[in-house]
Design a binder for this molecule. Structure first.
Ligand code: 13P
Length: 249
């Protein structure tokens, strides 16, 4: 049985003070411990999570990292610095980084291999654009992103993949639960071919793109969807808790 993971990606939102307040509020709300909860705040807010770690049930991680341990890389953050702040996870290959910052599959693969080597768990984001979906290329694109992202990587039970169709991110238009299930099953089949049946059964694959309390239930009843990567709706702890408590929402 795969433990559901609900992860909130704050993107470029919140100050350290706001993060501390959020951590306190979310921890005070009731949630079901059978669900793993993680927040992926901006780098500067990680300190608030580290500081609250002894009284917080929230796991956390970073939105990006560099592909080297240290060196003359002005403006970049090493995985060792993230581990130093207690991070479990690191998001890699988010479509905003692929599209706005021009990150390539090669760079993402370099980062992913170093993340695992140093002890961070990558959440590898994949997803097609609207144009790619409309031209019938969605599976080809997502398949390539998965294969490239995991090139040279041996099976790892802690790794997470997030399927986030670009057209569903921040638009309010989510993928249908059955389309998301179909793509996520396709990704699991690739993992099975590359890593074998057991690794494919263990790997958690999330859906992301306009997830909210009103639609989380539809995704979570699908066989292959193990959780969600939530953007906008994770910014308010009460709304995020309603997503975490999808069984009773
Ligand atoms: P929204 O939930 O705001 O659509 O964002 C999804 C996302 O990009 C999470 O990484």
């Amino acid at each position: 049985m795969r433990r559901p993971l609900i992860a909130g990606n704050w993107k470029m939102h919140k100050t350290v003070r706001e993060a501390s307040e959020y951590i306190r509020e979310l921890n005070e709300l009731p949630w079901d411990d059978s669900v793993e909860v993680a927040v992926i705040p901006p780098f500067t807010c990680l300190f608030a999570f580290w500081e609250a770690r002894s009284r917080s049930r929230i796991r956390y991680g970073a939105q990006n990292m560099f592909w080297a341990r240290e060196g003359a890389f002005t403006g970049e953050i090493s995985p060792l610095m993230l581990l130093d702040l207690g991070c479990d996870y690191v998001l890699l290959g988010h479509s905003e980084r692929r599209q706005i910052m021009g990150e390539s599959d090669r760079m993402i693969n370099d980062k992913l291999r170093l993340a695992l080597e140093t002890g961070l768990l990558p959440i590898l984001c994949v997803g097609e654009t609207l144009e790619e979906r409309e031209s019938g290329k969605a599976k080809e694109v997502v398949g390539e992103q998965v294969r490239w992202g995991l090139q040279g990587v041996s099976p790892h039970p802690g790794l997470v993949i997030a399927y986030e169709p670009v057209w569903a991110i921040g638009t309010g238009v989510n993928a249908t639960a059955s389309d998301a299930q179909d793509m996520i099953r396709f990704v699991r089949d690739i993992i099975q071919k590359e890593w074998g049946a057991q690794a494919a059964q263990e790997l958690r694959i999330l859906y992301g793109g306009s997830v909210k309390p009103e639609n989380i239930g539809e995704f979570m009843v699908q066989d292959d969807i193990d959780g969600a990567l939530v953007g906008g709706a994770s910014l308010d702890p009460k709304v995020f808790a309603d997503i975490i408590n999808f069984r009773s929402t």
